[in-house]
Every structure is written in C-alpha cells, then in structure tokens.
Design a binder for this molecule. Structure first.
Ligand code: LLP
Length: 430
C-alpha cells in the first residue's frame, strides 16, 4: 500500500501535488511519503504482535536521516552494515542498543566503533571475523554480543544478484558447521552468544522459502538452546513488494489485490511463521528494508527530448542510471506514470537517461501515454535501493530528497552542488 494517487488528474503524494514539489525543488527529485513508511512498519509490527519481536529496519534500503528518524519514532531497531550506517542511526535519533551489525567484511575500526556504541549484536559471517571481534573486545575490555549468520542453503528463488542463502553465496556459516562453532565460541573469552541469524535473499514474493528455511533452522536452534542461553533468532529481511503495477490497484484495494495475485503480505508471512517461531520462546528479529521503504518513494524526472527514430520512440529524461540503477543492474521493473494524467493513444516507449551507455534505460517498449518536452514522469516504488545506490557517474549531482507528511513537506537532503563533486580533488604539483 502507498499514498501516491491521482486526484483530479494529478499525481499526489499524500495531500501534496507532486508537480508543486517539482516546481519548488527541481528535477530529478526523490519524494517519500512518511504515512506509507509508518503504515508498512505498523502493519508488519501488528501482524507479529503474538511474538516478542523487534523490527530492525535494513538501513541500506534507504538511509536518509529523515527516513531513519521517522522509523525511530515508531520504536524501530536497525540492521546496519557499516560504521557509516551506525553513525546515521545515531544522528537520526535511533537507539544503538537496537542495532544489529551485519556484513562479511567488517573492518577493525568498524568493530571497535560498534563495540563502543553498545550495539545489540554483531551478526558474524566467518570464523576469522569471530576471532577479530574477540580480540578487539578483549583490548577494549568489553564483551561483544554476537550471533552467527547461518547459511541454511535454501534457494530463495529470487534474482541471482540478491539471493544469499545458498552455499554458492559468500554469506554466513554453513548450516552443518554451526553447532560445533557455537561450542567453540562459548570458550572465547570476550564473546557473548546472544542469538542466531539467517537471511536468505531479497524481494521474495512467496512465503515458502521463508517457511522452508525456518523449518530447517528449528531443530538446530533447539539443540543450541540446550547448551547456550540464546536470546533471539533473527529471520532476516527479504519480504518482497509489488512493483507492477504499483498504482493501478489504488490504495484501498492494495493488500486485497496483492493477496489475490498470490503476493506475500505481512499477514500471510505472520500466519505461516508465527506458529513455527513462537514455541522457541525467543525474541524474533526481522530485518526488512524494501518492504518498509520500497513503495514509499518515487523518483520524478523531466522529459528533455522526445526522439522518434522511425524504429523506436525514445523519451529522454533528466534522471539516469546513476540516480536509479535498478532497471540497468537487475532488469528491475519500475512503473512509470505521468504527473498529469494524459489522454491519447499509448505509444511503445523506451524511457532512457542521458548517460552514454545503452544500459541507461528505465524501460523498453513500454506502452506509455504520449509526452512532450517539459512534462514530468514518476518512477514508482523507488523508496528502497534507489537513492542509496545512486552515484555521481558522469559527474552528475545526486537529486534532492523530500519527505511528505499530510499537506506538509520537508527537504531531507539538498540537491548536490556540482562543484562539490570535485572539491576534494587536486591538481598534481609536478
Ligand atoms: N538483512 C540482510 C542480512 C541483508 O543482506 C538484507 C539485504 C536485508 C536484511 C534487507 O533485505 P530486504 O528486506 O530489503 O529485502 N539492491 C538490491 C537489494 C539488495 C539486498 C541486500 N541485502 C535491489 O535493489 O533489489
């Protein structure tokens, strides 16, 4: 569900016409709906109310301080993967003791930072990392709270670049090795075993891989509980969202239509998983990113040129793969709609950016209403893995970001100044 909809032929974010935001703040522009963020958070929170649980929002999905702060007010925890993300959480008013820290390559500096900040747990991905954390904790005279990321070797059946739970991937410790490893950790002086973690992949649209992975983990966790004082089991993130068509189903019918299409809802997720998890008596952690932020954002872009080659109809816009890389990188679908509803026969259109690569394409041969120079289009479902994956490729400044709440809005990140992109560079003296 989300709060982007048409009223009187105009696209609104909550109670604000998107065109007004673009006139005020320029293009390209990321726009987020705080109501959508909160709705998604609460919906998941509510679905899991039978469990002692903590939602640790995956910061990598959208790490803007304004977004993190909105979730902090809901009591959210955070799944982080770098010192930078931990710093962001702290600056946004989030609780460090509700942060987990994941990732296969934590540096010494990052581990020390996280230990000093008193995070909830490290999600450890390898034996050398365990040894490193133990050593640093010893030096700081601290006890490091840890859980091991278990690789359950379950195929999440999602895009190859975002599947993580099989032995083909670099993540976690192989399922068969975990028990012996916990026995070894128990003997390490500066580590405290707090839990067990898993994450099998992202953009999962069926509940079955989650159920399969949890079922596989249960006997292992029970055996671990017999000899270790486990506090939590983190089942990771991965809940998928509807990208196509995000707008057509409308706000009210959203969840119903998702269910009808067999797409995963928080209720189905909870209905299948809560009965399996509850008997463990552990605190259950979740690490959703996309589910919370994905449908809460759009990227607005201006039509610069319409180019008809006879063979193809290109709409060249001012946003590019550096602003939103998902279509180029994962062949991801993002619905594209005009800010003002258009009449006229749809045309098979390629919406492309200005970057000198054929991959700089948002869609190919998609039936879109006719547009002209100066019109604006919105790329929907651009709240997660969109701005956070943006770059300055082609020395393009990153777009501004705006957060809407009701009829109000606030710029939560200013548009980058082009000169700031090379301010830290210098001419060689020789
Ligand atoms: N926990 C761990 C350990 C993760 O690696 C991830 C995502 C999450 C939680 C959150 O997953 P989510 O709930 O958002 O699915 N850039 C890609 C997605 C990469 C996901 C990486 N890990 C995309 O644009 O589709």
């Amino acid at each position: 569900m989300h709060h982007f909809r048409y009223a009187k032929g105009q696209l609104y974010c909550e109670d604000v016409p998107v065109s007004e935001l673009v006139s005020q703040h320029g293009s390209p522009l990321y726009i987020y709906s705080s109501k959508t963020l909160v709705d998604h958070y609460s919906r998941l929170d509510h679905a899991l109310s039978d469990l002692d649980h903590l939602i640790c929002y995956a910061v990598k999905a959208n790490s803007n301080l304004g977004i993190l702060n909105t979730l902090a007010k809901q009591g959210s925890g955070y799944d982080t993967v770098s010192e930078g993300e931990l710093m962001r959480v702290q600056s946004a008013g989030g609780r460090m003791d509700q942060c987990v820290f994941a990732g296969v390559g934590k540096t010494e500096q990052e581990i020390e930072f996280a230990l000093r900040k008193g995070i909830y747990s490290f999600n450890v991905e390898s034996i050398p990392e365990l040894e490193r954390i133990d050593r640093i904790a010893g030096r700081l005279k601290k006890i490091a709270p840890i859980s091991v990321r278990v690789n359950p070797n379950v195929d999440a059946k999602t895009h190859a670049k975002i599947t993580t739970g099989t032995y083909e991937n670099k993540f976690g410790i192989a399922f068969e090795e975990v028990e012996a490893l916990y026995a070894r950790i128990a003997r390490m002086k500066h580590l405290e075993i707090k839990g067990v973690q898993m994450h099998i992949g992202s953009q999962l649209t069926q509940v079955k891989p989650f159920v399969d992975a949890v079922r596989k983990m249960l006997p292992l966790i029970k055996r671990l509980q017999a000899s270790h004082d486990l506090k939590f089991f983190s089942i990771g993130g991965g809940l998928g969202i509807v990208y196509d068509p995000a707008l057509a189903s409308g706000t009210a019918k959203w969840w119903k239509s998702s269910e009808a299409k067999g797409i995963l809802t928080p209720e189905t997720y909870a209905q299948k998983l809560v009965p399996l998890l509850k008997p463990l008596g552990l605190r259950i952690l979740l690490e959703p990113g996309r589910f919370i932020a994905g449908n809460a954002g759009i990227l607005v872009t201006r039509v610069e040129y319409v180019k008809n080659t006879g063979q193809k109809h290109f709409v060249i816009v001012d946003a590019a793969m550096n602003d939103l890389i998902r279509p180029s990188f994962y062949e991801a679908f993002h619905e594209i709609v005009p800010l003002k509803r258009k009449r006229g026969k749809s045309i098979a259109t390629d919406v492309v950016g200005p970057i000198c690569e054929s991959g700089d394409t948002f869609c190919k041969n998609r039936l879109l209403p006719p547009v002209k120079e100066g019109d604006h289009l919105a790329l929907l479902s651009a709240g997660a893995y969109a701005f956070t994956m943006a770059s300055n490729y082609n020395t393009r400044p990153m777009p501004a970001e705006v957060l809407v709440q009701g009829a109000e809005h606030v710029v939560i990140r200013k548009r980058q100044q082009t000169r700031s992109l090379f301010r830290g560079e210098s001419l060689p003296e020789w």
